[in-house]
Design a protein around this ligand. Sequence first.
Ligand SMILES: [Zn+2]
Ligand SMILES: [Zn+2]
Length: 338
Amino acid sequence: MRAHGYAATSAGAALTPLAYDLPRLEPHEVRIAVSHCGICYSDIDLIDNAFKRTPFPIVPGHEIVGHVAERGSAVKHLQVGQRVGVGPQRSACLQCACCETGHEQLCVDGSATAGGGAPGGFADTVQLDAAFAFALPDALASAMTAPLMCAGLTMYNALRKHTSAGMRVGMLGVGGLGHVGLQFAAKMGHEVTAFTLAPSLEDMALVQRLGARSVVDSSDPEALAALRSSLDVIISTVHGKVDFNPFISALRPNGKLCLVGNSPGQISVLGRLVLGQRAVVGVASGGRHDANQMLAFAAQHDIAAVGETLPMSAVNKALTLVRAQDVRFRMVLENEGA
Ligand SMILES: [Zn+2]
Ligand SMILES: [Zn+2]
């Protein structure tokens, strides 16, 4: 079958239309007619070859919603026509210790939806292991559920793993990840402090409507110092370079700084970490069980991304807006008529 997508052919290049043949459909695979695909910052890293391993030409996109167009003979849990979501992972071995304990995202034999050489969701069709296509609850609208498949899964998993009931949670950065994370955190019953750069009164009101109890200007040293030893967990969604030290000081003893963004940063170990007995942990996306639980939780609590949509054909305009951080909060591409 012929698929049509948008591909970068070299580092940083504008995307251009690309037609390609999908491989023969294996018994355990599905083909999905893509209706929506969110733009995650890691799509931009992939296009820019930020990690020096992008296989060009690359069709990015891993926050996918669509309908099952075709299923392999062994696929029983999805029907043709069913609405599904796909996140950053397209396959795993499903046999190793990580896979068997629901941590498929850590499988060393797993592969990425986009970036591992196979085309991703900036396309009309995507083909992958049906184990990584998740049925969507009816209550979730397609466009603003697409970002939940990566941003939502990551934030849900970070909160589930590293928080317990009624904690004081800091959300560092309120962008694509953070605005979803603070909704999940608030609906889980946490008291959320959002950290964002020089927020306007309008920004503060919006972030509070999404569930933050308070909003702190992350560039204000006095505001950060006033939070000393007060938060149980801080989740950093920041993509750029950060001095984490004032945020670690805002953690209680035994508190955790949880990193989900690809953020190079400064952390001083003695004192802040050792004497405060604090921890720094990383969270990489989530497993299949997490994805299903996240979707059910979002449906139950009316959680959706907040953002803008543009037609898939306007992908370069959309990427320019994302690069300029001119999107509040997530950009979603839409295949008209799909
Ligand atoms: Zn992502
Ligand atoms: Zn595995």
